[in-house]
Design a protein around this ligand. Structure first.
Ligand code: PNW
Length: 480
């Protein structure tokens, strides 16, 4: 049963849906520049049009309204509001978010606003992006601007979305913007982002915004493919790099104690002061957790062969064949996989919550700020109505099983019973620009025809509608 007061929402990000990248005074972002480089994005796609949400915002809010969810998580496009990432603001960009917020509130949808979902203004990217500590202070300035403009209407603020992914994909592997590979650079980039979280939170608090404030981190439980000392060490190392490095400073005020060498190494790479750690660890009103899949790793470079092999043609970020790294991500024969190749393992969401509870005794209330899956959705004519239809049964199962796992784990007697779980936001409202995968991965509850911009609610949309209206009642019969 889903408690009557459990928040259900849908999430998006500005760069992935808005389009209109050169309109009404929006400045370019690092992601625009990255997508314009050859061979960066699947099929050479870019986000110039994306879902054209900038022009279709009111219709899209109507889709959220008809869905019946309580809350909408969206992100502000920093270069639309402050095109240079410093200095003056852009009235037309501000007006767009004023309209969006007013539209949401007039329909009774509670806004959750992410300040930074990866679209760094290009001038800041060119000045070093997250390698440059200055960027953290620029985001804090932007937070103050956003607080002043929108603070009266935003119920929940997320400072930064998934610093992990920017650090590991953008800097470590170089497969996301800014496309800057190198683990040694990734570490300072990560530190500056978590610092930016703390500084932005200070700015929001100083402005006295009435809304709650949190950060969103992605969490992937890490397990060893095989037993043995080296494997266990790898698991710990990957767990620190992927999970701990971003949640420890926020929730514990220190970096991992996993390895006594790690702190000196971190200090060698970047400036980490007690003052930084104090800024990073200010108390949160809530913690945002994104969960997609667990990670199973083995020592040595790929490629995977044998029964655990990953399917062919996966995006690089699965690390399935990374000769430059001392480990690789392996397949997982017992699990189904999404179109991205991600294992469908709902029980690991319960494990993720239990691990969070064990690691962080002071964990504030938690919102799962993203969860969802890409599947090869196809549009068919509905047999009864003749209308176009997408029967995405796998997505319904994914969402239902994950929601059930999260609720069971946090219920009395569950493995994560101490976690105060407040809600779940589905990633994502509609198919959109899936970063390096372009338009090749569809995560939406609503199908988007990127030729015509037609929106077709999938079966999962109707399912979530039903689930939402049945909160407080026994929904086990409609879960599948
Ligand atoms: C998240 N991983 O990114 C982002 O917040 C969204 O913008 C994105 O569209 C969504 O998940 C789906 O990808 C992730 O490899 C990127 O572990 C990569 C990973 C996880 C999340």
């Amino acid at each position: 049963m889903i408690p009557a007061d459990f928040t259900l929402g849908v999430a998006t990000a500005a760069f992935q849906i808005e389009g209109a990248v050169a309109e009404d005074g929006r400045g370019p972002s690092g992601w625009d520049a990255f997508a314009a480089q050859p061979a960066r994005i699947v099929n050479g796609d870019n986000a110039d049009v994306a879902c054209d949400h900038y022009h279709r915002m009111a219709d899209d809010v109507q889709l959220i309204h008809a869905l019946g969810v309580d809350s909408y998580r969206f992100s502000l496009s920093w270069p639309r509001i402050q095109p240079d990432g410093r200095g003056g603001t852009n009235p037309a960009g501000i007006a767009f978010y004023d309209r969006l917020l007013d539209e949401l509130l007039s329909r009774g949808i509670s806004p959750m606003c992410t300040l930074y979902h990866w679209d760094t203004p290009l001038p800041l990217e060119q000045a070093g992006g997250w390698l440059n500590r200055e960027t953290a202070y620029r985001l804090a300035d932007f937070a103050a601007i956003a607080a002043e403009l929108f603070g009266d209407r935003v119920q929940r603020w997320v400072t930064i979305n998934e610093p992990t992914t920017v650090t590991l994909n953008g800097y470590g592997l170089g497969i996301h913007a800014p496309g800057h590979p190198g683990l040694f650079d990734a570490v300072p980039a990560g530190h500056h982002m978590v610092l930016a979280h703390g500084l932005s939170m200070q700015a929001l608090r100083a402005a006295g915004v009435p809304g709650d404030i949190g950060i969103t981190n992605v969490y992937s439980p890490v397990v060893a493919a095989r037993g043995g000392f080296v494997n266990d060490l790898l698991v710990e190392l990957f767990d620190v790099l992927h999970n701990g490095m971003f949640s420890d400073p926020v929730l514990l005020g220190r970096y991992s104690e996993f390895n006594p060498l790690l702190m000196p190494f971190l200090h060698y790479l970047t400036e980490v002061s007690d003052e930084d750690l104090a800024i990073m660890s200010q108390p949160l009103d809530f913690y945002g957790l994104n969960y997609y899949f667990p990670t199973r790793i083995a020592p040595g470079p790929g490629p995977n062969t044998g029964p655990d092999a990953l399917p062919e043609g996966l995006p690089d970020h699965m690390l399935e064949d990374s000769p430059e790294l001392p480990f690789h991500i392996t397949g997982w024969a017992q699990y189904d996989r999404t179109a991205f190749g991600w294992p469908v393992a709902p029980e690991y969401l319960g494990i993720a919550l239990a691990e969070m509870a064990a690691r962080y005794p002071q964990l504030p209330p938690v919102f799962i700020t993203e969860g969802g899956a890409s599947f090869p959705d196809v549009v068919v004519q509905d047999a009864l109505t003749g209308e176009p239809h997408v029967a995405d049964i796998q997505r319904i199962n994914y969402l239902g099983d994950h929601l059930a796992a999260a609720l069971a784990a946090t219920a009395p007697g569950g493995a994560a019973e101490s976690v105060d779980l407040r809600g779940y936001y589905v990633w994502t409202l509609m198919d959109n620009f899936e970063w390096a995968a372009g338009y090749s991965q569809r995560f939406g509850l609503v199908y988007v025809d990127f030729e015509t911009q037609q929106r077709i609610p999938k079966s999962s949309y109707s399912w979530l509608q039903a689930i939402t209206s049945l909160r407080g009642a026994d929904t086990s019969a409609v879960r599948r």
